[in-house]
Design a protein around this ligand. Structure first.
Ligand SMILES: Cc1cc2nc3c(=O)[nH]c(=O)nc-3n(C[C@H](O)[C@H](O)[C@H](O)COP(=O)(O)OP(=O)(O)OC[C@H]3O[C@@H](n4cnc5c(N)ncnc54)[C@H](O)[C@@H]3O)c2cc1C
Length: 360
């Protein structure tokens, strides 16, 4: 058996980021993932957007989270000699005059430094811009699949990455203050489950109340468009090169599966046609489930009865922004350098009376 300090189950945004942070702290880390192509992280657009939603809300603690995220991803880019983070302003177009007025009321007081109102936010030949729009300065975009691929390559080269689907109930053995996964020939002081929405089936943490949301995304070809910025107008349009753009996303709280639907495709196409003046062709269609936990805040920490079992989940629809800050906090708790703030502690949910719709 090979001995590790920490074994991470799940290498999406949560698991990959925690693995890096613990590795940076000098821990011996094993990473296990089944390479599911429709994981939330593999489908995500990786957008970091300061002001979101119809009511123009600046994400809680955005400045602190974005500073940590940018610095972290840049460190990994340097370590792996790759690039996967693009810091570029994004554009938001107003859908109507009411939106514009609400925005103008809030912008000076709520997010004075994050935005810049533009007379001509974008090329009018290509986009419907009659209500104007604004540019977001602190926006960024993480190429999540590339980040996950280079992370996996790095840990594979260290012989600590295991491609495997673990049956959590049958294939993990608890010993005194440690864990073993005989199938992989490894033992570790602790396991941290970073499973995304699959974590809702983890029997040790089954009372954690998910309020997950399925999202569908299209890849469209728009040959005449050349817009490097992400464009938001209820949905987002993000270029990926070679005339291709990703277009998303839908929100479905009912059908928590990975199946792309005709209605999802129809909705996205109709909404794009509202503001794009160019023809487009759909060339791919994907779906995944965002791991949202009811209080809409990530959770970390350990099982109250089995202290060798840890949990990192609930990144919701802001995984790229939130993963580094929460991974760094968790690493300090693992290394006993900090107390876990109760509002982030998974233990608060271990006796939770779960009444949410999508609890399994
Ligand atoms: C359509 C859509 C668009 C999105 N857009 C954005 C965006 O623009 N910006 C943003 O920041 N966020 C976005 N998100 C949200 C983001 O994807 C999530 O916050 C994030 O990916 C969650 O990461 P995770 O690691 O917790 O979970 P996951 O990505 O689900 O990763 C969990 C991993 O663990 C593996 N796993 C689970 N159980 C096991 C097991 N038993 N054995 C082995 N492996 C296992 C899974 O296969 C998976 O690889 C979007 C999500 C969706 C669905």
């Amino acid at each position: 058996m090979t001995a590790f300090d920490t074994c991470i189950i799940g290498q999406g945004l949560a698991g990959a980021t925690l693995a890096w942070v613990l590795h940076q702290q000098g821990q011996r880390v094993a990473v296990v993932d089944d390479n599911e192509p429709s994981s939330s992280s593999r489908i995500a657009a990786g957008l970091i957007t300061p002001v979101t939603g119809k009511r123009f809300v600046k994400s809680d603690h955005f400045d602190k989270l974005v500073t940590t995220a940018i610095k972290f991803y840049q460190t990994i880019e340097t370590e792996t000699e790759t690039t996967f983070l693009n810091q570029q302003h994004s554009v938001r177009l107003f859908a109507n005059k009411d939106e514009r007025e609400l925005f103008l009321k809030k912008s000076l007081t709520h997010f004075p430094n994050a935005v810049q109102v533009l007379e001509k936010p974008i090329n009018e030949t290509f986009f419907e811009t009659s209500n104007g729009g604004f540019e977001m300065k602190q926006a960024a975009r993480l190429n999540v699949p590339r980040y996950l691929d280079v992370s996996q390559k790095f840990f594979s080269e260290m012989n600590v990455f295991f491609e495997s689907k673990i049956d959590i109930k049958k294939e993990i053995e608890l010993t005194n203050n440690a864990v073993r996964i005989p199938k992989l020939g490894l033992t570790a002081e602790r396991i941290i489950f970073c499973q995304g929405f699959s974590g809702s089936k983890n029997h040790w943490f089954q009372t954690v109340p998910f309020d997950a949301v399925k999202g569908e995304v299209l890849t469209v070809r728009i040959p005449q468009l050349n817009e490097p910025r992400v464009v938001h107008r209820g949905i987002w349009l993000a270029g990926i090169g070679n005339d291709l753009y990703r277009l998303g996303a839908t929100y479905d709280h009912e059908h928590l599966d990975l199946i792309p639907t005709p209605s999802g495709k129809e909705e996205l196409c109709a909404r794009l046609a509202e503001f794009l003046r160019l023809p487009f062709e759909v060339i791919n269609h994907q779906a995944a489930v965002r791991p949202v936990i009811v209080r809409r805040q990530p959770v970390i920490g350990f099982h109250s009865q089995f202290s060798q079992l840890g949990y990192f989940n609930g990144l919701g629809s802001k995984g790229s922004l939130q993963a580094p800050w929460y991974a760094q906090l968790f690493s300090k708790i693992i290394c006993k350098k900090k107390e876990l703030p109760p509002e982030f502690d998974v233990a608060q949910y271990l006796n939770f009376q779960n009444k949410t719709k999508n609890h399994r």
